[in-house]
Design a protein around this ligand. Structure first.
Ligand code: ATP
Length: 376
């Protein structure tokens, strides 16, 4: 079921200050997709989710779920949360510690006075789905964090919601379990063909889980797109920087070449994708991700985007080295495969494909015009 959010604003007054938690948010969340709201702490993700659920009343705007308008400031509509047909999974699993798995999952059906036989059938089905069949009698307190989270998910699903909403549901799990649970979650949400709205500030989680991501900043949606598009060729500098590690090199566009442009930077001319058609003479920022930079011991200059540099620092992180390479006044961070023989102080050449780096505009709302962001 599609969710439409139109012109939603929500302000809080606290300690005599006005906080605009949501600023004229306009967003369409497509049906049957996993849609993630991603952004730094305090950008308004939870407030937006709570407005959709009905736990928060916006100061203006409209929210529709499918064909039904569930909130309209102008028309005085407010459908209470329990009538919006939504399921919700929170960061704290909020499962009942004094109940076993069956009773926890059955709870929403029991409170709706569903017949016993139907409850048994539906609980069995949903426990099977979250791979907790056989756990019915287990006390909730005798479950691992991941299992408790699955109980919370089963409880949200048992009432067959039209839409399921998640607020940082994996943040209490350790790193390994988080990774496993996120894979499972993606699989069964995809199989369910349900609209899922997921809130997180964890970019890897957002990339791994989502069909689409909306990146938020300061109460507004900055960009919406598929994970690969946002990662490889975002339209906004804030998004490019937030979604992954990025070297951002400022400069001025000098030449246009089809889909590409040459940008004159402090380390020389660099060719990159120019999807946004930034014009000659404009200031821009080139974004190149560490994993797209390659090292060569021999001189390959003459080819495109090849620079001579010196390894300034090198950190071993298990599956790779992270190296800071100094080129003139600029430091670029690269990911170096663990088998490459390289040491701090080495002189080498560094190259990256013009198709694997992209130009971003510098302008209103992008902040720090002309600021050198590659580290010095
Ligand atoms: P996080 O990732 O840290 O959970 P978030 O993106 O979900 O953050 P929100 O919880 O939506 O952010 O908060 C948005 C802004 O509104 C923040 O500045 C927050 O301090 C403020 N805020 C949220 N709830 C209230 C409230 N009940 N009273 C006052 N201010 C609030």
């Amino acid at each position: 079921m599609e969710i439409r959010i139109e012109g939603v604003t929500r302000e809080y007054y606290t300690e005599r200050k006005r906080i605009r938690a949501l600023d004229d948010v306009r967003l369409t969340i497509p049906a049957n997709q996993i849609f993630t709201l991603l952004g730094p702490s305090g950008c308004g993700k939870t407030t937006l989710l709570r407005c959709v659920v009905g736990l928060e009343t916006p100061d203006s705007g409209e929210i529709s779920i499918g064909d039904e308008v569930v909130f309209s400031h102008g028309r005085g509509i407010f459908v209470p949360p329990e009538e919006r047909g939504l399921g919700m999974v929170f960061q704290t699993y909020a499962i009942w510690p004094h109940m076993n798995v069956f009773d926890n999952v059955a709870y929403p059906l029991v409170s709706r006075k569903t017949p016993r036989g139907e409850i048994r059938e539906k609980v069995a089905k949903v426990l099977d789905l979250v791979q907790l069949e056989g756990f019915e009698k287990r006390p909730a307190t005798k479950l691992s964090g991941g299992q408790q989270q699955r109980v919370a998910l089963a409880r949200a699903l048992v009432a067959e919601p039209k839409v399921i909403l998640f607020d940082e549901p994996l943040s209490n799990l350790d790193a390994k379990l988080r990774e496993e649970t996120r894979k499972e979650l993606r699989t069964f949400l995809t199989d369910l063909h349900i609209t899922a709205v997921y809130v997180t500030h964890d970019r890897v989680e957002a990339l791994a889980l989502s069909d689409r991501i909306a990146v938020m900043r300061a109460g507004a949606i900055v960009e919406v797109g598929e994970p690969r598009k946002i990662y490889f060729n975002s339209d906004h500098r804030f998004v490019a920087d937030f979604i992954g590690r990025a070297n951002l090199v400022p400069g001025t566009v000098s030449t246009l070449e089809g889909d590409h442009a040459i940008i004159e930077t402090g380390i020389g001319p660099i060719a990159g994708l120019n999807s946004q058609g930034i014009g000659v003479g404009s200031e821009a920022v080139l974004c190149v991700r560490p994993e797209f930079m390659h090292l060569a011991a021999t001189d390959t200059s003459g080819a495109r985007n090849v620079f001579r540099g010196k390894v300034e620092t090198l950190v071993f992180v298990g599956d790779a080295y992270e190296g800071d390479i100094r080129i003139g006044d600029t430091l670029l961070t690269t990911t170096i495969p663990p088998a490459v023989e390289v040491a701090a102080g080495d002189d080498l050449f560094i190259s990256f494909d013009p198709d694997h780096c992209f130009l971003l505009p510098v302008g209103e709302g992008e902040g720090g015009k002309g600021k050198v962001e590659s580290r010095k």
